[in-house]
Design a protein around this ligand. Structure first.
Ligand code: HMG
Length: 396
């Protein structure tokens, strides 16, 4: 059977970031709690013009340019998000216009907290596996995960914010990462660990309960995956990364299911998981895109030496649903990733002061009603410009 998976991947993050040590100083907390205790160094902060649509469009535009794909090839566009800009019109419809996708293209949005992007990816894989209609070109999908993560100022969740989008081309014979079709385990349960009522921009969270729910879901999904996935070991695992320490706890928990000691799990973590946490530690929790940011981090660090290696992926969405699935780094992925330079591009962002960060957050409630022309918007990237006649307007 033909392979299916991620053919290309690109990222867009806001230009501004906050050092967690600056946040700690302002909140009167030891920096060690955020940097070592949570495993986050910097978090991306979205300015008003960098909304989830603009982030998604910029990631997708970069993806098309880097992969040499023409928008006319895309037959399915799914956007996973939990910070949508409209209760009805999906971000995928905005992308359809901003990217010039063909009219013969299915577009929609998927939501289940941080799982929404995985829902999009797995649906795209099924759509491709179903095969092209007679005489039609091979199916190619665009899946974009985009979010701006916000918790209340001064809350325990505040150091685990972030913002960004990951765009992926999903196709047959993928050049980056092949998914193992059928090697997948699900787990779901109705819990209140993290949610966002309709009238709020900031998430409500029962923090320590959410950690327990994540770990329970990992047990269920991993056992379900293991029952169908065969005995070949995983050489690397990428977990959903609300903050780096959570992935460490997850790995320890997973190995603990097999009676592996904490000391052994810690050694395994450095080899099997740590490379996937380099980029997340510089961007923070980007919700739907977090797992794919971790995969990008792993590939950027090690793709050439991992070609052919089996990699586990764990996606968790609060509420909750989870999936453990697996795939292989494609042959030739190393040469593609050599051209990425994601970590280098993150070093070119602007460091915000704590006061600038708070000003952005305090202006948040007005942004979705800002009249066109009232926001300060730099040129260059696709940006949200404000509202005209009840409609969101974007530059292109
Ligand atoms: P907290 O309660 O303030 O922190 O918030 P804590 O007291 O648990 O400390 C955190 C860690 O720092 C601990 O390490 C401390 O020991 C350590 P641990 O015991 O966990 O290994 N620590 C220090 N280390 C070094 N130097 C120090 C120091 N002080 C303490 N001086 C909490 C933590 C995670 C609860 C909070 O940040 C939060 O509520 N975050 C948001 C919720 C979240 O991210 N949950 C994760 C699982 S749910 C999920 O992933 C889904 C999600 O992405 C949403 C979606 O699906 O859409 C969130």
């Amino acid at each position: 059977m033909e392979t299916i998976g991620i053919d290309a991947l690109a990222l867009a993050v806001p230009n501004g970031y906050l050092e967690l040590s600056d946040l700690a100083a302002a909140r009167g907390v030891p920096a060690g709690k955020f940097v070592e205790g949570l495993g986050v160094r910097q978090m991306a902060i979205a300015a008003a013009h960098e909304d989830p649509v603009a982030l998604a469009a910029n990631a997708a535009r970069r993806l098309l340019a880097q992969s040499g794909r023409d928008p006319s090839e895309i037959g399915l566009c799914i956007v996973g998000t939990e910070t949508a800009v409209d209760h009805s019109k999906p971000i995928a419809a905005y992308l359809h216009g901003l990217l010039g996708l063909p009219s013969r293209c299915r577009v929609y949005e998927t939501k289940h907290a941080c799982f929404g992007g995985t829902a999009g990816l797995l649906t795209a894989v099924d759509w491709i596996a179903a095969g092209p209609s007679l005489g039609a070109a091979p199916r190619v999908a665009l899946v974009v995960c985009t979010d701006v993560a916000r918790y209340e100022l001064g809350s325990a969740g505040e150091p685990t914010q972030g913002a960004g989008a990951v765009a992926m081309i999903v196709s047959a014979r993928p050049r980056l990462f092949e998914l193992e079709l059928g090697a997948s385990g699900s787990f779901s349960r109705d819990v209140h660990d993290f949610w966002r009522p309709l009238d709020r921009k900031e998430a409500v969270v029962d923090g320590h309960h959410s950690v327990a729910c994540y770990l329970d879901a990992l047990t269920g999904a991993f056992e379900a995956w293991r029952s169908v996935a065969g005995s070949e070991p995983l050489l690397r695992t990428c977990y959903h990364v609300p903050y780096g320490k959570m992935a460490k706890k997850a790995h320890r928990h997973r190995l603990g299911l097999d009676g592996i000691t904490e000391a052994e799990a810690a050694r395994s973590f450095e080899r099997e998981v740590a490379p996937s946490l380099i980029l997340p530690s510089l961007v923070g929790n980007i919700y739907t895109g977090s797992l794919y940011l971790a995969l990008a981090s792993l590939l950027e660090a090690e793709a050439a030496r991992l070609e052919g290696a089996r990699v586990g992926l764990f996606s968790y969405g609060s509420g909750c649903t989870a999936e453990f699935f697996s795939g292989r780094v494609a042959n030739g992925a190393g040469a593609i990733v050599d051209r990425w330079a994601i970590a280098r591009s993150l070093a070119e962002r602007t460091r915000l002061t704590f006061e600038e960060y708070e000003a952005i957050r305090r202006a948040d409630p007005q942004v979705d009603r800002a009249p066109l022309g009232t926001l300060s918007v730099p040129t260059g990237a696709i940006a949200y410009l404000g509202i005209e006649q009840e409609r969101r307007v974007y530059s292109n």
